[in-house]
Ligand binder design. Structure first.
Ligand code: IPM
Ligand code: MG
Length: 360
């Protein structure tokens, strides 16, 4: 059966990195018998430029009809002055919400070939492999009411609402526990239960669901401590589960531990395993169009798609092996290069395809 993949390149370096992932898909089609139909659609600033909306109706429809979505990046300085509803970020947030992609998996893996890229001492990060499971469709990102209002004295007040219903906590807890079962069976739930009622409920529900997973060792940590522990002794973590905003922040920290945010893929899943796959890094407007971006996070996102949404774990493994082989060959884009010699976006993509073909 052919897989329907929606391809949303977006803004900045998005089109360049997506082109390399598409090359990789073509290689899978030609040499590995993989069947896929690709449908391209506009999102973010590109969606706004095309049809006045960061998430055009046609794009949402294409995504709804697909088995999985491959996503590049969104945003750019030319869109910063637009009203909030029309900004590129809104396109991504609406897409996550419309497709109910509540479970966001953000691995932070240190590639042994890149051990020196981390800003932490090598012994603190050697072998690092953390999975952050971030709740993605609730919390303060979507809570109502929100806005900027005028007080009686004429002063303006900004406000947002941090809410989690039990079913939202339950499903993200289950998702994280399922993942922990496939890994080292340790889960740390991060909250701010010493201050927030919403965290008090979060903790209670996580503990309740955890009761169904006696094999998983569950702990709880306040978010301020978690941010400290992540840079103090990151290898203490296996799986972390946390709310939308805390996960946004902690996943950037965790990404930096690896020293190579250009290497990190992510998956955002609904309850049936349909997902959106995107690199953890953003649209990098400063290097857009220059052929300098690292396409590996996007290519590795494709591997996650094959594993989590398309039931092709062997192909996912092959892509990951090919990426490892390319790193072994010494190929580096500028962001991960230790010396001044580096390759461009398409050279890196070509190298992955060649390495993949060698495994066919
Ligand atoms: C991320 C990004 C997004 C978020 C932005 C672009 C809306 O920072 O995916 O982490 O805050 O979720
Ligand atoms: Mg973020």
């Amino acid at each position: 059966m052919s897989n329907k993949i929606a391809v949303l390149a977006g803004d900045g370096i998005g089109p360049e990195i997506i082109a390399e992932a598409v090359k990789t898909i073509h290689c899978l089609q030609q040499d590995f018998g993989f069947e896929a139909d690709l449908e391209y659609a506009a999102i973010g600033g590109a969606g706004y430029d095309q049809s006045g909306q960061p998430l055009p109706a046609e794009t949402l429809e294409i995504c709804e009809q697909s088995d999985a979505v491959l996503f590049g990046a969104i945003g750019g300085p030319q869109y910063d002055e637009l009203p909030r509803e029309l900004r590129p970020e809104k396109g991504l947030l609406n897409l996550r919400s419309s497709l109910s992609l509540f479970s966001n998996l953000r691995p932070a893996i240190l590639y042994p070939q890149l051990a020196d890229a981390s800003s932490l001492k090598a012994e603190l990060v050697a072998g690092l492999d953390i999975m952050i499971v971030r709740e993605l469709t609730g919390g303060i990102y979507f809570g109502q009411p929100r806005g900027i209002r005028e007080l009686e004295n004429g002063e303006r007040q900004g406000f947002n609402t941090l809410v989690y219903a039990e079913h939202e906590i339950e499903r993200i807890a289950r998702s994280a526990l399922d993942i922990a079962m496939l890994r080292n069976r340790r889960l740390c739930s991060v909250d701010k239960a010493n201050v927030l009622e919403v965290s008090e409920l979060w903790r209670e529900v996580v503990n309740r669901v955890a009761g169904e997973y006696p094999e998983v060792e569950v702990s709880h940590m306040y978010v301020d401590n978690a941010s400290m522990q992540l840079v103090r002794a990151p290898k203490q973590f296996d799986v972390i589960v946390t709310s939308n905003l805390f996960g946004d922040i902690l996943s950037d920290t965790a990404a930096m531990l690896t020293g190579s945010i250009g290497m990190l893929p992510s998956a955002s899943l609904d309850k049936n395993g349909k997902g959106l796959y995107e690199p953890v890094h953003g649209s990098a407007p400063d290097i857009a169009g220059k052929g300098l971006a690292n396409p590996l996070a996007t290519i590795l996102s494709l591997a996650l798609m094959l594993r989590y949404s398309l039931q092709q774990p062997d192909l996912a493994d092959q892509i990951e092996v090919a990426v490892g082989n390319v790193l072994d060959q010494g190929m580096r884009t500028a962001d991960i290069a230790e010396t001044s010699s580096s390759v461009g976006t398409s050279e890196m993509g070509d190298a992955v395809v060649a390495a993949l073909r060698a495994l066919a």
